[in-house]
Design a binder for this molecule. Sequence first.
Ligand code: ADE
Length: 238
Amino acid sequence: MKCIAVVMAMNSEASPIVTLLNAEPLAEIPFMPFQLYEAHRNDCRIIISVNGRDKRHGVDSIGTQTAALNAYVVAERFSPELMITAGTAGGWIQRGAEIGDVYVSDQKFVHHDRRIAIPGFTEYGIGSYPAVPTGALARTLNLKQGIVTTSNSLDENDDDRRLIAETGGVVKEMEAAAVAYVCDLMGIPVMALKAITDLVDHHAATADQFAANLRMASEQLAEKLVQVVDFCAARSIA
Ligand code: ADE
């Protein structure tokens, strides 16, 4: 591959991989909040684009809006052969997750908070955008695999729970389906790499688990992301 793009939501999620790859900052894009970095692995260009700070609220621009915009701008500018939506996520004890596990996406990307009870729109809301097959990668790098499910909320309510059970979601986060939507439109293969910061079915509050484990999970993510990038850079999608 000549170019792999990694899109990420939070600065703290990105900082270990930026350091590990020795990535150099790129110029800002007018009007856009993104922070861009470039690194090289063998002959492959690695673009890391972080959603950046929300100019109104001063926090990282997490969630689907900026994720879609970021994916689109990066796709247009750099024409990557592969897009990786990387970051942190929630998992479930019942589905075998442990804090710090790194999952790679499986099968499809879905939304669990777009409930539209009108014929035809129900499926549109869920999305089901294809994930690039990652079986060989997961086996080689010893990564767990699972369906990634996206919403714009950190917590989950009863409706979310029902939809996640229906779609088979195993990894819960806030950007991947939006990135996969853009990649589906633009014909770019996409995978997610997500490190678990919190267990949704644990008694401790999600936000507390997230804060306690963000740094460790982001370091685990960086370690695996380098391996994933090296694995992919040396191969074609096929
Ligand atoms: N990011 C990290 N943990 C998450 C969770 N439980 N839900 C959504 N996004 C997350």
